[in-house]
Design a protein around this ligand. Structure first.
Ligand code: ADP
Ligand code: 5GP
Length: 486
């Protein structure tokens, strides 16, 4: 997969990984996404379960299965639990998917994990879905794993930047861990023992690209930013070209229009629909120029021959197609362009440089699809049969790996809608941020207090240490460039 390189943050428990990572994510909206790991340990006070749907750059690790993987009933239960989250806009980060040993072992046996390890009496692991959900958005995926995880990831083709965060000394680490007040004496001892091993192994040449000594939080943060600057720049450049378009596909009657209309209604000024051309007749309530450009075969063929279409296809006895102008009209506004195309359209678009997010909306079953299509009362018996036949082919092709980034089963509309919003959250955020700056709204400024939540460094300490100039600072930092980064 192309896109920015992922980042592995490792180092002893209490070294400051989460603090640095959260600061990085807060300061760089829409640039980073956290690969939400699974763990069997209990949540600490204030920690969020990865089931939450609101954190913009972070997607559901277990619930959203990319590339033709579909939602299991367990995921659905997880997801429906999360939907009862009282105030979505107020919860912030997701720390882990908290799970049981049994559930985690089952997923590991199913090959769902890229790595997993025992740490301090608990299981931890990174699911493939957790990584893919972030990478599908073309943002920098951050993984927080222990040294065992680092070694496992080295056996994969992930190719991340390996960064170790180390405390200045064992004494300071112990003090930070004690001050964090999250561990029992027994767990603390285990963590200190693991830390000794980690500190020793991390210094061996070739394990990490960079080792950052986190003595002063602001300085360590600046070092981290310098190391990641090339990747950050990559994402910023990509973001400048505007939000990625979205291709919604799936059988007729699966619920694409319903979901899309809801999305557009709830997010004014964020989405624009690429109005296709079709030779079919308008349905009651449909408007020319809004739902489709209704046209004749002859007129449409002429435009196709003139090279005015990005793709076109025959579907159920009619012609459908996306004109270049339809896409450009939306993209010129720097909003998210939604395309509703059939599977043939998906394949044609893959040959272009549009680079959209590919989402398939699927019905729970053929029977339910048929009921919905009949209830919609828009089709003749003949057209219905044709659509059901096309649906069979679509359902089969859509499940092939690599065709779609995500497949959503639209059984419960609200749930499917929430899933869709999560998948699109990074792009929505991009447009919101751009709109905010257009309207002259002040950017969000982090208070020192917020920036150091969860760290053992006092606000005074942070206030006292000025943010160093990253370039001149580079010469001074305790940074061991063990490997060439690029
Ligand atoms: P598409 O755009 O994919 O052809 P529609 O959005 O028109 O599909 O949906 C087909 C019909 O099914 C519509 O009448 C719609 O109201 C209904 N529908 C959509 N999603 C659901 C759902 N989750 N549960 C029940 N009915 C649904
Ligand atoms: P409907 O007639 O129900 O509006 O659409 C029928 C099918 O045509 C749907 O699967 C829809 O995704 C697809 N479709 C709509 N517009 C286009 C288009 O521009 N190109 C392609 N390839 N398919 C389209």
């Amino acid at each position: 997969m192309s896109g920015p390189r992922p980042v592995v943050l490792s180092g002893p428990s209490g070294a400051g990984k989460s603090t640095l990572m959260k600061k990085l994510m807060k300061d760089h909206e829409g640039i980073f996404g956290f690969s939400v790991s699974h763990t069997t340990r209990n949540p600490r006070p204030g920690e969020e379960d990865g089931k939450g749907l609101n954190t913009l750059p972070m997607l559901l690790g277990a619930a959203l299965l990319p590339v033709a993987a579909v939602f299991s009933s367990e995921d659905m239960i997880e997801l429906s639990t999360s939907l009862s989250c009282p105030n979505l806009s107020e919860t912030t980060d997701q720390d882990y998917h908290y799970t049981t040993v049994e559930a985690m072992l089952e997923k590991i046996d199913n090959g769902e994990f890229i790595e997993n390890a025992e740490f301090s009496g608990n299981m931890y692991g990174t699911s493939k879905a957790a990584i893919e959900d972030v990478r599908a958005q073309n943002i920098i995926c951050i993984l927080d794993v222990d040294i065992q995880g680092v070694n496992r990831i080295k056996e994969t083709d992930l190719n991340p930047i390996y960064i170790s965060i180390q405390p200045p000394s064992m004494e300071i680490l112990e003090k930070r861990l004690r001050d964090r007040q999250t561990e029992t004496e027994e767990s603390l001892e285990k963590r200190l023992e693991a830390a000794r091993i980690d500190m020793e192994l991390s210094m061996e040449p070739g394990i990490f690209d960079v080792v950052i000594i986190n003595d002063d939080l602001e300085r360590a943060y600046e070092e981290l930013k310098v190391i990641l600057s090339a990747e950050i720049q990559k994402v910023e450049e990509a973001n400048k070209s505007g939000p990625r378009p979205v291709v919604l596909s799936g059988p007729s009657g699966a619920g694409k229009s319903t979901l899309m209309k809801k999305l557009m209604k709830d997010h004014e000024g964020i989405f624009g629909f690429s109005v296709s051309h079709t030779t079919r007749n308008p349905r009651p309530g449909e408007e020319d120029g809004k739902d489709y450009h209704y046209t004749t075969r002859e007129a449409m063929q002429e435009k196709i021959d003139n090279g005015e279409f990005i793709e076109n296809a025959e579907f159920s006895g009619n012609m459908y197609g996306t004109s270049k102008a339809a896409i450009e009209d939306v993209r010129a506004q720097n909003i998210i362009c939604i395309l509703d195309v059939d599977i043939q359209g998906v394949n044609r678009i893959k040959e272009t440089d549009l680079n959209p997010i590919y989402i398939s909306i699927q019905p729970p079953s053929m029977e339910i699809l048929e009921t919905r299509l009949r209830d919609r009362q828009t089709e003749t018996e003949e057209s219905l049969e044709k659509r059901l036949e096309a649906a069979r082919i679509d359902m089969e092709l859509s499940m092939e790996p690599g065709v779609f980034d995500v497949v959503i089963i639209n059984d419960d509309l609200e749930r499917a809608y929430e899933e869709l919003k999560v998948i699109l959250s990074a792009e929505i955020q991009k447009v919101e941020v751009a709109n905010k700056s257009k309207s002259g709204a002040r950017p969000v400024v982090l208070k020192d207090q917020e920036a150091i939540v969860g760290s053992s460094v006092s606000p005074q300490q942070v206030n006292r240490s000025p943010v160093p100039d990253p370039v001149s600072h580079l010469a001074k930092i305790q940074l061991f460039l063990l490997n060439d980064l690029q």
